[in-house]
Design a protein around this ligand. Structure first.
Ligand code: 5GP
Ligand code: MG
Length: 179
C-alpha cells in the first residue's frame, strides 16, 4: 500500500477545517444557543468525525446516518440505501453532514434529498476526501479536507471489505480487489 496522506497532514488539515467551521457557525450559535448537529455518515466518517468534533469550538451534538452503496465491491452500484433513526429530530436545526469521501456524488445527493424533508434550518456538507474526477451527480461540498486522484483509498475510517479503517493515514490500495 502506498501512503497518500500522512496522519500529520491529516491532523493539521482537520484543525484548519474545524477552525473554519467554528468561525462560520459561531455567531449564529451564540444568537440562539442551539448547538450544531454533526451528522456523521457511517461507518467511514467515524474517525474524521471524532477528530473534527474535538477541534470544533462551538457546542455540537453528534448524530449518525448510514448509507451503503458499495457493499464489498470497489465500484459504486448506483443504488443507495439510507437509514436514519426516526428519533432524531432535525427540524429547525443547523446540520453539518460529515462524510468520508465524495466519489460519484450519488450517496450525498440522495442523503441531502432525504434530509430536506426534515426541514432543517441549514444543511452544510463536510467531506474528508473528494475525488472530483469520479463525479456523476453534482453536489456542493462546503468543507473539503483533501482531493484525491481516481484511485481506491483506505484508512482513517475508509475500508476495503471492512479492513483498514483503523489506519491513521490514507493509503492507495494497489493490489487488485476481490470484487
Ligand atoms: P458515492 O455515492 O459518492 O459514489 O460514494 C460515496 C461512498 O462510496 C463513500 O462514502 C465511501 O463509502 C465509498 N467510496 C467511494 N470512493 C471510495 C474509496 O476510494 N475508498 C473507499 N474505501 N470508499 C470509497
Ligand atoms: Mg461514506
Amino acid at each position: 500500500m502506498k501512503e497518500l496522506i500522512s496522519s500529520d497532514r491529516i491532523e493539521t488539515r482537520v484543525a484548519e477545517l474545524a477552525a473554519r467551521i467554528s468561525e462560520d457557525f459561531a455567531a449564529k450559535i451564540e444568537t440562539d444557543g442551539r448547538p450544531l448537529v454533526l451528522l456523521g455518515v457511517l461507518k467511514g466518517s467515524f474517525m474524521f468525525l471524532a477528530d473534527l468534533a474535538r477541534r470544533i469550538s462551538v457546542p455540537v451534538e453528534i448524530e449518525f446516518a448510514s448509507m451503503s452503496s458499495y457493499g464489498n465491491r470497489r465500484e459504486s452500484s448506483g443504488t443507495v440505501e439510507l437509514r436514519i433513526a426516526p428519533s432524531i429530530n432535525l427540524a429547525g436545526r443547523r446540520i453539518l453532514v460529515v462524510e468520508d469521501i465524495v466519489d460519484t456524488g450519488r450517496s450525498l445527493s440522495k442523503l441531502l434529498e432525504h434530509l430536506r424533508s426534515f426541514e432543517a434550518e441549514e444543511i452544510r456538507l463536510c467531506a474528508f476526501l473528494d475525488k472530483p474526477a469520479a463525479r456523476v451527480v453534482a453536489v456542493h461540498v462546503d468543507y473539503t479536507g483533501f482531493e484525491v486522484p481516481l484511485k481506491f483509498v483506505v484508512g482513517y475510517g475508509l475500508d476495503a471489505a471492512q479492513q483498514y479503517r483503523a489506519l491513521a493515514g490514507i493509503y492507495e490500495l494497489e493490489e487488485p480487489a476481490g470484487t
